[in-house]
Write a protein that binds this ligand. Structure first.
Ligand SMILES: [Zn+2]
Length: 279
């Protein structure tokens, strides 16, 4: 699946939605003027196939693109085999349910380094992802599987690691969380030039395809030297979303931009309106 423009939407059912169920929230997202919505399976994949199909029907009817966020309890580098198996199952369940809803893309936080060398963790994550992709492919599930750039240095997932995984594995692409990159680098990656460096890095390895097939997360963010602390509303943070949107526009990026700010849909609309005014 490809998207021919940059769409903006909330991480989950909008706060101001009169209904709390995902299927009916889709039409509300459309009514707000937004183009996508992320299904939040962060506390577990509890959506059944019947609901997933209902959500998918509504998304198709209203032309809203769906993505999904997998559970937080995923660590493909756990020392405990049972935890690895459970992590793999959580990624598979996220992909299966999102695919039933006609989803475009799924994302998740792949692993922790657990004080191990980065290159070793990379190989472990890669081998598990490879088996995940194989299982999905055998089951006929076609959806982009995206490890996310994470907000802490103790977590696997910097831009280089994700770009490399994407070049080496079929159906794998990065989910670029710019707030996480900003927090992970303790306040860097927040200027037009630095945003362009991230996009250049993606283009260099993945080509234009990397820029035309993006899944982006954004929010304001509070951080310390250890990285991410919590998400903030954009205007109450130092996140330079305006220059990020300028960079995304100038590089002609396409795909989805999901707002994970505490006011989810308000910041999605703020970004969309600013982006549309850019020349
Ligand atoms: Zn995330």
């Amino acid at each position: 699946m490809r998207i021919n423009q940059l769409l903006f939407g909330p991480a989950g059912v909008p706060i101001t939605s009169p209904v709390r169920d995902s299927a009916r929230a889709v039409s509300y997202v459309k009514k707000l003027g937004l183009g996508c919505m992320e299904l939040e399976f962060v506390r577990g994949v509890r959506m059944g196939s019947y609901t997933a199909r209902q959500v998918g029907e509504q998304a198709e009817k209203h032309g809203v693109v769906l993505s999904a966020h997998g559970p937080y309890y995923i660590n493909l580098n756990s020392q405990d085999k049972a935890k690895i198996d459970a992590s793999i199952k959580r990624v598979l369940d996220t992909a299966r349910v999102a695919s039933m809803a006609g989803g475009y893309s799924i994302t998740f936080h792949a692993a922790y380094y657990m004080s191990m060398p980065k290159d070793k963790v990379y190989e472990i994550v890669k081998s598990h992802l490879k088996s995940i992709i194989r299982t999905l492919s055998k089951a006929g599930v076609r959806i982009w599987v995206r490890p996310e750039t994470t907000g802490k240095q103790s977590q696997f997932g910097d831009v280089d690691e994700l770009v490399k995984l994407s070049t080496e594995l079929d159906m794998v692409m990065p989910c670029v969380d710019f707030a996480h990159l900003h927090a992970r680098s303790n306040g860097r990656i927040n200027t037009y030039k630095e945003f362009c460096e991230v996009l250049n890095r993606i283009e260099k390895s993945l080509g234009k395809e990397g820029l035309y097939n993006m899944h982006i997360h954004m929010s304001g963010i509070e951080y310390s030297s250890k990285g991410e602390r919590n998400h903030l509303v954009l205007r109450e943070s130092d996140m330079n979303y305006k220059d990020l949107l300028r960079a995304l526009k100038n590089y002609k990026c396409r795909g989805v931009v999901i707002s994970e700010s505490p006011n989810i849909e308000a910041d999605a609309l703020l970004m969309k309106k600013f982006y549309e005014k850019l020349k």
